[in-house]
Ligand binder design. Structure first.
Ligand SMILES: *[C@@H]1O[C@H](CO)[C@@H](O)[C@H](O)[C@H]1NC(C)=O
Ligand SMILES: *[C@@H]1O[C@H](CO)[C@@H](O)[C@H](O)[C@H]1NC(C)=O
Ligand SMILES: *[C@@H]1O[C@H](CO)[C@@H](O)[C@H](O)[C@H]1NC(C)=O
Ligand SMILES: *[C@@H]1O[C@H](CO)[C@@H](O)[C@H](O)[C@H]1NC(C)=O
Length: 341
């Protein structure tokens, strides 16, 4: 009787642990983006014993947890996609020994926490994490990623920006956090992000930061600390009512600043004191309470767009236009005002 019980227990434990170690019960993979789907059953690990070591690999099916060593030893894999797999947990060491991996796509899953120890020291250039449930990103989650160029975290639940992210990840150039719930941009927010990079001997101001459609109502005066140049900063569709004069005070070069659809009333008159060349575009559309801008601003921007600004004072705009003309400057202002010629 007692022996039978023990056997039953052993058997049950074996069954439970076997079930536990199955990552994917029923699914498929393909080795080309439009290639044939090949069936997978009861996968315990993604390595050469279960999938081909091809340069492209996409996996489908339900994989709630990727644990340590779940994806490993694929020496040729450059692109790996696990999208729409219901992935909720990605544990430290989930991706091991993938020496050629450049693009890792984990978009359209249910991940809620990006842990340290998952992506660190990988040679990825591109990491896709958009459309998950991410609310927490460990401070060190994206540290020591020497080649990380593009990080996409759009449409998640991030509410806090951590200024200590991206330590020792100097290639980061496209930073996408659209459609989250970030409320403020803290001091030194971008201290670990470089505004320019050198590619094959060519120096490029190429960094683009996308924070569109969050809930940002405050930007610390030294949020851009250390970032003297920048290609594009997208802050449209937020809740900004004012900007401190210090925010852009250190900027020497910037191509595009998007501030459309906020609640700005005015901009500081000396907003860009250190520019060495004009900004290409300053977009202020749909900030209904702006009445006018300073000459210092419009003369430092090639195209200032104040269309769809309900309270815009067209007389003031005309004065700015006249003054630019007098100074023989080519800077333009786009506004819903009748032009006088
Ligand atoms: C890995 O790539 C090399 C070079 O393209 C190829 O010769 C080799 O067969 C690939 N390995 C596997 C397991 O597919
Ligand atoms: C697979 O990778 C692990 C470490 O990631 C290593 O210890 C193991 O020897 C590798 N196995 C094979 C068959 O290469
Ligand atoms: C990243 O690349 C470097 C240089 O090619 C290599 O030494 C290192 O092992 C790679 N790291 C990983 C985790 O693949
Ligand atoms: C815009 O100005 C009007 C009138 O002064 C005021 O009632 C309204 O609250 C302001 N809106 C914003 C978003 O500041």
């Amino acid at each position: 009787m007692r022996k039978a019980f023990v056997y039953a227990l052993v058997l049950l434990t074996a069954v439970v642990s076997a079930v536990d170690s199955v990552l994917l019960k029923k699914g498929w993979y393909r080795t080309q983006s439009r290639g044939r789907k090949i069936t997978l059953n009861d996968v315990e690990v993604f390595d050469e014993s279960t999938v081909p070591d091809s340069d492209y690999l996409r996996v489908g099916g339900r994989i709630p947890t990727l644990s340590k060593g779940s994806v490993r030893n694929l020496s040729n894999a450059t692109i790996l996609k696990f999208s729409f797999c219901g992935v909720t947990n990605v544990l430290a060491g989930a991706f091991e020994n993938l020496p050629k991996l450049e693009i890792l796509a984990l978009l359209d899953n249910e991940i809620d926490h990006v842990r340290a120890g998952v992506f660190n020291n990988m040679n990825l250039t591109t990491l896709y994490l958009q459309r998950n449930q991410i609310a927490t990103i460990d401070t060190k989650a994206f540290d020591d990623m020497p080649r990380l160029y593009k990080l996409k975290l759009n449409s998640n639940k991030i509410s806090v920006w951590d200024p200590n992210w991206f330590h020792n990840s100097p290639s980061l150039t496209e930073v996408l956090f659209r459609r989250n719930n970030i409320q403020s941009i803290p001091s030194k927010a971008f201290q670990n992000i470089k505004g320019s990079h050198v590619y094959q001997g060519t120096y490029l101001v190429d960094t683009k930061i996308y924070l569109s459609k969050n809930s940002i109502s405050y930007i610390s005066p030294d949020a851009l600390y250390g970032l003297e140049e920048l290609s594009q900063l997208w802050l449209d569709r937020n809740r900004l009512t004012e900007l401190d004069e210090g925010i852009f005070a250190g900027i020497t070069q910037m191509s595009i600043l998007f501030l459309s659809k906020n609640k700005l009333k005015a901009l500081p008159s000396k907003m860009f004191p250190k520019l060495t060349s004009d900004i290409d575009i300053l977009d202020l559309t749909h900030n209904n309470n702006i009445t006018c801008l300073s000459y210092d601003i419009v003369s430092a921007v090639k195209l200032t767009n104040v269309q769809d600004v309900r309270r815009l004072d067209c007389e003031c705009v005309q004065k700015l236009v006249d003054r630019l003309k007098e100074a023989e400057k080519v800077n333009e202002i786009k506004a819903d005002c009748k032009k006088k010629h």
